[in-house]
Design a protein around this ligand. Structure first.
Ligand code: HEM
Length: 538
């Protein structure tokens, strides 16, 4: 008999008994008929033609022919693990989310990824890393779909197809797999200077992490929390690795790419297998929910901004421990579907225009990637809270719904599902005021400073980190064929810092341009350097 359908952490996956993949001692067809042979097709004589009537041959090959699903349009290559999240209770002042209450334990599934490579690409490339966490809370699933870099390339989701078209391999030759060493990437990030900050993080050591276990994670956007009294607060989410933040050197990354393209996924799986469970603290930076949605002059709705930790310290609210590897890569790591719109009471969104676009995109793409609208029924995506929805039918429907009236109210089904209020757990959007406004396609003026924050990052680096950044820009830009793109990249660097620009220009054998903006007068933030960075700082 097959064991119960449980996740490696021992929690029921939600899969009904009929969804058990394997049971019984005999090899069977998909219909349960026992097989006596599976290595030879049915033939008219041992040397004769194969017969079309061989239903086992047809079933076996047909199923194989359809084994692949489309890879994710971004973040195709990933590795994941199960774990437990334990709340500290310290967030109770700002959010009513039950899973953050003191000592509450919630099962989680975390998927780390690169962004631009295909599913079979290498792990140690220079790229942003995804850090997506699914919390199976009793109030429904909460997904924190973040990255290892706290800012994003663009300020408005309408440009997402453009930055990804620019970052993916060229459409003619499908090279290169590496993120940055090509003309279209540099073309985009120099024409859209809002990308300067994220690009600078990519060119720093953060772009080549030593291990998934040694990366920070960031929710990037500002979220709105609401507590039991209805008070609201703006926050940014941070994951802090207990092992500290560490990177590879460029040479190590290159050698590792060749010697072991699976370096990061092997490292994660081996560590968990050996009982060295990686841990992260979840923390929040907290800001008052003021009408401007700014903090110390920083626009909190602009996802190309950080708030330095010296201005708003990260306050720990819980502990994540990854303690079990997936049983099956396809069923779990490949089929998991994260979505920034999976929220629980106590956590709400803000009007960050990048986040709004994401709220549409993930569900939309998963309908095609996972073959229809019913992927929430897949064991890895199944919520651990009771489900009583009125969604019906569709491709790959596996639930057998009862009743005749999937609408409410109705006078036919007797037990029409109740509607909850706030006091019995309903998710109620925070009733924020939306000021009267004119419909426009434009960004606010506060989104127009593209260089102060990159300068802040650059000035916060130690000399060795700065050396690595210069080497990375020089190497990546030297791969561009178009001279004009290199020159435009140098102009961006000149607007960040003349020393950075001058050294990269020397490396490229080009003149260093003068800045076209007034250099920002910013104070460095030592917390941005990863040298000697461990957490918590004792
Ligand atoms: C996938 C993070 C912006 C569309 C992902 C994944 C992560 C992530 C971690 C991988 C999830 C997994 O492991 O399955 C982020 C962050 C963003 C961002 C932190 C900005 C702050 C966007 C935007 C869009 C977008 C602006 C579109 C408008 C997608 C899509 C996928 C994806 C379509 C594939 C989802 C799937 O196939 O399941 N993103 N992303 N992302 N992201 Fe984003």
């Amino acid at each position: 008999e097959a064991p119960e359908a449980v996740s490696p952490t021992g929690k029921p996956t939600g899969a009904p008994a009929s969804a058990r993949a394997q049971s019984g001692a005999y090899l069977t067809t998909a219909q349960g008929a026992r097989l006596y042979e599976t290595d030879h097709s049915l033939k008219a004589g041992a040397r004769g033609p194969v017969l079309l009537q061989d239903h086992h041959l047809r079933e076996k090959i047909t199923h194989f022919d359809h084994e692949r699903i489309p890879e994710r349009v971004v973040h195709a290559r990933g590795a994941a693990a199960h774990g437990i999240f334990k709340g500290y209770g310290t967030a109770a002042k700002v959010t009513k989310a039950a899973f953050l209450a003191k000592d509450t334990e919630t099962p989680v599934f975390v998927r780390f990824s690169t962004v631009l490579g295909s599913r079979g690409s290498s792990d140690t490339v220079r790229d942003t890393r995804g850090f997506a966490t699914k919390f199976y809370t009793e109030e429904g699933t909460f997904d924190l779909v973040g990255n290892n870099i706290p800012v994003f390339f663009i300020q408005d989701a309408i440009k997402f197809p453009d930055i990804i078209h620019a970052g993916k391999p060229h459409p003619d030759r499908e090279i290169p797999q590496a993120q940055s060493a090509h003309d279209t990437f540099w073309d985009f990030v120099t024409l859209h200077t809002e990308a300067a900050h994220h690009t600078l993080w990519n060119m720093s050591d953060r772009g080549i992490p030593r291990s998934y276990r040694m990366m920070e994670g960031f929710g990037v956007h500002t979220f709105r929390l609401v507590n039991a009294k209805g008070d609201t607060t703006l926050v940014k989410f941070h994951w802090k690795p207990k092992l500290g933040v560490h990177s590879l050197t460029w040479e190590e990354a290159q050698i590792t790419n060749g010697m072991d393209p699976d370096f990061h996924r092997r490292d994660l799986a081996d560590a968990i297998e050996a009982g060295a469970f990686p841990q992260w603290e979840l923390g929040i930076q907290v800001f008052p929910d003021n009408a401007e949605q700014t903090f110390e002059g920083i626009d909190l709705l602009d996802p190309t901004n950080i708030v330095p930790e010296e201005l708003a310290p990260v306050q720990p609210i819980g502990l994540l421990t990854l303690n079990a590897n997936p049983t099956n890569y396809f069923a779990e790591t490949e089929q998991v579907a994260f979505h920034p719109g999976h929220l629980v009471p106590g956590i709400d969104i803000t009007d960050d225009p990048l986040l709004t676009g994401r709220l549409f995109s993930y569900l939309d793409t998963q309908i095609s990637r996972l073959g229809g609208p019913n992927f929430a029924q897949l064991p890895i995506n199944r919520t651990h809270a009771p489900v009583n929805d009125m969604l019906r039918d569709g491709m790959h429907q596996t639930a057998v719904h009862s009743g005749t009236a999937p609408y409410r109210p109705n006078s036919l089904d007797g037990g029409c599902p109740f509607l909850a209020g706030a006091d019995n757990g309903a998710y109620i959007e925070v009733p924020v005021d939306v000021p009267a406004a004119r419909k426009v396609r434009e960004a606010p003026e506060s989104f127009s400073d593209h260089f102060s924050q990159p300068r802040l990052f650059w000035l916060s680096m130690t000399p060795v980190e700065q050396e690595h950044i210069i080497a990375a820009y020089t190497f990546e830009l030297s791969k561009c064929y178009e001279q004009a793109i290199k020159e435009r990249a140098l102009q961006v660097l000149a607007n960040i810092d003349p020393q950075l620009c001058g050294q990269v220009a020397d490396g490229l054998g080009l003149p260093a341009p003068e800045p076209t903006v007034k250099l920002a007068d910013v104070a460095p933030s030592p917390a941005l350097s990863q040298v000697g960075k461990v957490w918590p700082v004792e």
